[in-house]
Design a protein around this ligand. Structure first.
Ligand SMILES: [Zn+2]
Length: 428
């Protein structure tokens, strides 16, 4: 059988083609550690979409090629879906090198925030930046993400904390989504911190989030999700519930920064509200995890933040997996607690510190991450009809993915059927 459509791009002879097939539901249990690998695999692409996936000899027989078809010989290499980063704070200005050194000298993250630093340092710099500035900053960051194999990412606001500045960030995200190959899923995080000018009356800020910011975000369709930093000293469970209930009423999906620094009730709230994901979870109690399992709430694992905050207690991913909770992986890219743009680093940390198997980490970084941001119909697995987002790796197997931590092993990155990065050169 020859498909009607000739291939624009044909990737052949992948040593391991990890398809993450059957992507209709998040992978849990045994499926989490089985990424549906095809040996000597091939993928055909036409007009930015995947048209066929299978063993190279089968695809060669099925798919018409023309002189214009670009053929990539992936002999001996691992090929996977483009990575999906399910939790990033993509847009902010400045950096926090000074506070990093304070933390190295022993200061705590919450202590720096309480003294007006931390998130609030970045809020001041981001308020001073224009929308155009943020677009330029964002382009450079997205270039680096793409170079490390990330083809879709969630992007949160949360460093503006005024109506004008939160909208400025989300408008910049929308422009970047149109202007850059990496696809972005926007999340409103106005409840990231109480800004300094509202310290004396946090309730007034929460009213502004619910009554001014959220309606404006919904009216301009600037966000798909609403997130809240639910933590002692930041937003309480009751405050988070009010904000998220208002967001749900406006049609936004729900996410929560939950139980990161203490057992503060976020995971339980995520289950009660039927949030799509609860992220962090370093201190989530077992009964809250069981509630998440019963409601099908995805756990967003952010090992980069635990690592970079020098904290000994990582989220208990093995218990989550045993309970059947879908786990997704993300960088949590942000200037304070996880300034990495590399999902490869997140994969390595998840394996080393959370004891994920490499195949589980790959599932969490692709199809499960896509489910966690509502994009699994488009990306996250290699299946006919999906967007042709792929990575050809400088390694031969899924098992090798965490081995080269800190080293970029993405050799060819393909976004929507277009080769956007090629480190192999002569071999293509
Ligand atoms: Zn975060």
């Amino acid at each position: 059988v020859v498909t009607a459509e000739a291939a624009d791009l044909l990737i052949v002879h992948a040593g391991e083609l990890a398809t993450l097939a059957r992507g209709g539901t998040p992978r849990t249990g045994p499926a989490l550690s089985d990424p549906d690998v095809i040996g000597d695999g091939a993928v055909a692409v036409a007009a930015s979409r995947i048209t066929a996936v299978g063993p190279t000899d089968t695809i060669r027989r099925q798919v018409a090629v023309t002189p214009a078809t670009r053929i990539v010989d992936a002999s001996g290499r691992l090929v996977t879906p483009g990575l999906v980063d399910a939790h990033t704070h993509l847009l902010f200005a400045g950096h926090r090198a000074h506070e990093f050194e304070l933390r190295v000298r022993g200061a705590g993250y919450a202590e720096i925030l309480a003294a007006g630093g931390g998130i609030l340092t970045t809020v001041r710099a981001t308020r001073d930046a224009s929308e155009d500035d943020l677009v330029e900053i964002g382009k450079a960051r997205l270039d680096r993400m793409l170079a490390h194999g990330t083809t879709t990412a969630e992007a949160k606001s949360g460093y503006g904390l005024t109506p004008a500045d939160e909208l400025k960030i989300l408008r910049a995200v929308a422009r970047l989504d149109r202007a850059h190959p990496v696809d972005l899923v926007p999340t409103f995080l106005g409840a990231h911190a109480v800004p300094a000018e509202h310290r004396a009356d946090p309730e007034a800020y929460i009213r502004e989030v619910c009554e001014v910011m959220l309606p404006a975000v919904a009216r301009e369709r600037l966000a798909v999700f609403c997130d809240v930093f639910c933590e002692h000293g930041v937003f309480s469970v009751e405050q988070a519930q009010r904000i998220l209930t208002a967001a749900a009423g406006l049609g936004l999906g729900l996410k929560i920064h939950a139980d990161q620094l203490s057992a503060s009730g976020g995971a339980r709230l995520a289950a009660d509200l039927g949030a799509l994901s609860a992220d962090h979870l370093e201190h989530a109690p077992d009964d809250a995890l069981r509630a998440m399992a019963s409601r099908g709430v995805t756990a967003g694992l952010l090992p980069g933040a635990t690592f970079f905050l020098f904290q000994p207690r990582y989220a208990d991913a093995r218990t989550m997996i045993a309970l059947g909770i879908p786990v997704a992986l993300a960088t949590d890219f942000n200037p304070g607690s996880s300034p990495t743009l590399s999902m490869q680093m997140a994969i390595a940390l998840a394996c080393v510190a959370m004891k994920l198997r490499p195949a589980e980490a790959l599932s969490a970084a692709t199809i499960n991450a896509a489910h966690a941001i509502g994009r699994a119909g488009e990306v996250g697995s290699l299946e006919p009809g999906k967007r042709a987002d792929l990575v050809v790796w400088g390694i031969g197997s899924v098992a090798e993915l965490p081995l080269h931590f800190g080293t970029n092993m993405a050799d060819i990155v393909i976004k929507s059927g277009r080769i956007v990065l090629d480190r192999i050169g002569g071999r293509v």
